[in-house]
Design a protein around this ligand. Structure first.
Ligand SMILES: [Zn+2]
Ligand SMILES: [Zn+2]
Length: 293
C-alpha cells in the first residue's frame, strides 16, 4: 500500500526542527520510510511543492498580480517570498538517490494549477524523471483558498460563489489531463465553511471532467486535522468519482515523518464504502491498477 502525498519540509519560518529548507539528508528520507513501514505502508510517493522551489519563480511568475484585491495581492506576494526556499534539483536528486539505494520511494511533485501557465509548467517538468504529479488548486487569483489568513475572502465572496469559483477551476484542472492525481480535491471546505446544501452539480461536473481527463483523485486523511474534520473528498463526491471510474490513490499530505500514512484505515474504509476495491500506482507516470490493500 502506498502513501502518495508526502512533503519533506514544513511550511513557515524554519524553527530548527528537521533539516533546513532545501536540504535533504538521507536520514530524513529514511525516517519517513521507517514510519510508513511500521504502519504497513510499503511505498512513499514524495510530493514537494513546486511553487516552493526557487526554480518555479520564472515559470509561475507573479500570478497574484492581476487580482484586483490589494489585500490579497500583498499577502500572496509576501507569503510566496517567504515559502520559496526549496530546491527542485536537489529534491529530485535526493529522491532519485534514495531510490538507487533501494528505498521504496517514488518521485512525485505537488503542482499548483494556474490556467495561464499550466502548459508552460507541464513542459518545464516533462524532462524530470517523475513517477507521478499531483495537482492542486490552492489559489484563485491572489486568494489562497486554504490559507487561514485569507478566510475573510470566503465571507466577501459568499459561500456559493466561493464554492463555484473553486470547483470551476478544479474542474478545468481535472479536464486538462496534464497531471496524474488531483490532490485534496474539495479543499475549499478546509476551514469548515460549508454550503447549506450539497453542491451536487459541481461534484458531478468535476467527476465527469476527471473521468474524461483520465486523472486520478487522492483519498486524503489530511482534512481530519483541519476545522472541517473530514477527509478529502467528501463521501458523496468520492461516490461520483467511483461512478465515473476515476482511480484513487491514498494520501496523508504529511509534512513530517510521523504523519506519514496517518489514519490510513479510515481512507481505505471510505474508499471501500463507495465501492472501490483497487487503487492506482505509478511508475514513470504510467499507472497500473492494484488491489486497495
Ligand atoms: Zn496542497
Ligand atoms: Zn501537499
Amino acid at each position: 500500500m502506498g502513501d502518495y502525498h508526502v512533503h519533506l519540509h514544513r511550511h513557515g519560518p524554519y524553527d530548527g526542527v528537521g533539516p533546513p529548507p532545501g536540504q535533504y539528508p538521507i536520514g530524513h528520507i529514511e525516517a519517513y520510510v521507517e514510519t510508513a513501514m511500521a504502519k504497513g505502508v510499503d511505498e512513499i510517493g514524495f510530493t514537494e511543492h513546486f511553487y516552493r522551489c526557487v526554480e518555479s519563480k520564472s515559470i509561475l511568475g507573479s500570478w497574484w498580480r492581476a487580482d484586483p484585491r490589494k489585500d490579497l495581492r500583498d499577502y500572496a506576494k509576501a507569503y510566496v517570498r517567504s515559502e520559496r526556499v526549496l530546491s527542485l534539483d536537489r529534491y529530485v536528486q535526493a529522491v532519485v538517490d534514495a531510490k538507487d539505494r533501494g528505498l521504496p520511494v517514488l518521485l512525485g511533485l505537488e503542482v499548483d494549477f494556474f490556467p495561464e501557465t499550466v502548459e508552460t509548467v507541464a513542459e518545464f517538468l516533462d524532462p524530470y524523471p517523475f513517477d507521478f504529479l499531483v495537482a492542486s488548486t490552492h489559489w484563485l487569483g491572489a486568494w489562497g483558498v486554504d490559507l487561514s489568513n485569507h478566510m475573510f475572502e470566503f465571507d466577501r465572496r459568499g459561500p456559493v460563489r466561493s464554492y463555484e469559483d473553486y470547483f470551476r477551476t478544479e474542474t478545468e484542472l481535472a479536464a486538462s489531463g496534464l497531471f496524474d492525481v488531483l490532490a485534496h480535491v474539495d479543499v475549499i471546505k478546509k476551514h469548515g465553511l460549508r454550503l447549506d446544501h450539497e453542491p451536487s452539480d459541481l461534484y458531478e461536473e468535476l467527476a465527469v471532467a476527471a473521468g474524461r481527463g483520465a486523472t486520478a483523485v487522492e483519498v486524503s486523511t489530511a482534512g481530519l486535522y483541519h476545522p472541517v474534520r473530514e477527509m478529502y473528498p467528501a463521501e458523496p463526491l468520492l461516490q461520483r468519482f467511483f461512478n465515473h471510474r476515476v482511480p484513487i490513490t491514498l494520501a496523508s499530505d504529511a509534512h513530517v515523518p510521523e504523519h506519514t500514512a496517518r489514519d490510513r484505515d479510515k481512507a481505505v474504509d471510505l474508499a471501500r464504502s463507495v465501492g472501490y476495491t483497487e487503487r492506482i500506482q505509478f511508475r514513470k507516470r504510467v499507472g497500473e491498477m492494484v488491489p486497495l490493500d
